[in-house]
Ligand binder design. Structure first.
Ligand code: SF4
Length: 197
């Protein structure tokens, strides 16, 4: 497959997704940027739920993201909480209303149906697309925003996830979240470390 074919496929999926979002009754009040910010905040860990991290992830200007976050706050879909250690920093959390919106609309039904029809090939496709994304991010020197469990700093201490970068214990669900500090494993490096407390 040539790059053009791959791009055409991705663009078609992107177009179908935009239509799905635009037509879904639960998403009618949300602009695309606001929805993207909500989806990111639903997937990221506590190191990554700041306005700055949302801006980096979406690749938009600080002003645009700031306006969108204010709108989400006004709609009662996110709340801001001051960082316990750094009073200048805030964390953004989804409200129950936001979680209901996302749970009721994602993933898009057309995609879930297509995946189920593909059977085991769907898993292979996800793996291959993940590899493609890693290559793109590596070659463009972009932050990976990858899954904590796949980070080279990820450890397991006393049966619980532990961040070797911040030296902080994580809660079990954190391993399945994405992180702005994520660093991919070296191509032939060791697997994430298991330690005994
Ligand atoms: S282990 Fe990596 S991905 Fe997980 S919290 Fe630490 S830096 Fe982030």
């Amino acid at each position: 497959m040539t790059d053009s074919n791959l791009f055409d496929l991705l663009e078609r999926f992107s177009s179908l997704t935009r239509v799905w979002f635009r037509q879904h009754p639960l998403l009618a009040e949300l602009q695309p940027i606001q929805l993207s910010a909500l989806m990111y905040l639903a997937r990221c860990n506590n190191y990554s739920n700041t306005p700055q991290a949302v801006t980096e992830y979406l690749g938009l200007t600080k002003g645009t993201v700031s306006q969108s976050l204010k709108a989400l706050e006004g709609k009662g879909l996110i709340v801001k909480t001051q960082d316990a250690r750094d009073k200048r920093s805030v964390h953004l959390y989804l409200t129950d209303a936001a979680r209901s919106v996302l749970d009721g609309s994602l993933p898009p039904a057309f995609l879930a149906l297509g995946e189920s029809r593909m059977g085991e090939h769907a898993g292979q496709l996800v793996t291959l697309l993940g590899e493609l994304l890693t290559e793109v991010q590596r070659s463009a020197d972009l932050p990976s925003f990858g899954l904590c469990s796949t980070c080279r700093f990820h450890e397991v201490v006393g049966g619980s996830p532990f961040c070797g970068l911040t030296r902080e214990q994580l809660v079990p669900g954190d391993a399945a979240l994405i992180c702005r500090e994520h660093q991919p494993l070296m191509p032939h490096g060791p697997a994430p470390r298991d330690k005994v407390a």
